[in-house]
Ligand binder design. Structure first.
Ligand code: TPP
Length: 181
């Protein structure tokens, strides 16, 4: 999708999961979107999830470091600060970080398997009537990868991959006189 108002992805994910015990809703959240007021307050939705009666939400916070033309606050935060922040909201953050696709794909697959097993364990216990599980610490994934990952590294000598410039169409105009089409 192109365009639209940022901020509502996580609130919608919780809305989809409430009263749908069979659903697990992965929700990818950009670090730019995470700076909007609606998104910043939606993290608390986790407190309303009932593991017996509702589905689950798996937030995937995608830190590619930049929004349109600036770095992001969460992208510049250390793993330890993020761990403390999201633990405070009630999550267990799982970190996946890097820029080599052949390493990142299995790491992400492992993190997803890990998250789904934790969700399944909370739900099974709650649905078996074990009141003793208390409030689950639901998993979330923090994914760090470069903005514009696997796109052109530079265009016209200017850095694009891993930089805010990747947000825009990097080739400004087709110049037929130079043979571009
Ligand atoms: C409420 C709102 N504020 C500002 C914008 C303008 N805007 C469009 S994309 C964007 C940056 C989004 O960054 P991020 O969520 O990190 O996405 P990604 O880097 O993955 O493209 C901004 C600020 C918007 N669409 N909605």
């Amino acid at each position: 999708m192109k365009g639209g108002e940022l901020g509502y992805s996580l609130a919608h994910a919780f809305g989809a999961a409430f009263d749908h015990p069979e659903l697990i809703v992965p929700c990818v959240i950009g670090d730019g979107e995470a700076e909007t007021g609606p998104l910043a307050s939606s993290w608390h939705g986790i407190k309303f999830l009932n593991p017996a009666r509702d589905g689950a939400v798996l937030p995937i916070l995608h830190l590619n470091g930049y929004k349109i033309a600036n770095p992001t606050i969460l992208g510049r935060s250390s793993d330890e600060d993020l761990r403390q922040l999201f633990s405070g909201y009630g999550y267990e953050p799982l970190f996946v970080s890097g820029d080599q696709p052949e390493k990142m794909h299995p790491l992400m697959a492992q993190a997803l398997d890990n998250a789904f097993s934790k969700i399944a364990a909370f739900q099974q216990q709650a649905r078996a009537g074990k009141a003793s599980i208390g409030v689950p610490r639901w998993p979330m994934i923090v994914l760090r990868s470069p903005k514009g990952w696997t796109g052109p590294k530079t265009v016209d000598g200017k850095k694009v991959e891993g930089f805010w410039r990747a947000h825009q169409v990097p080739v400004a105009a087709c110049r037929e006189d130079e043979g571009h089409r």
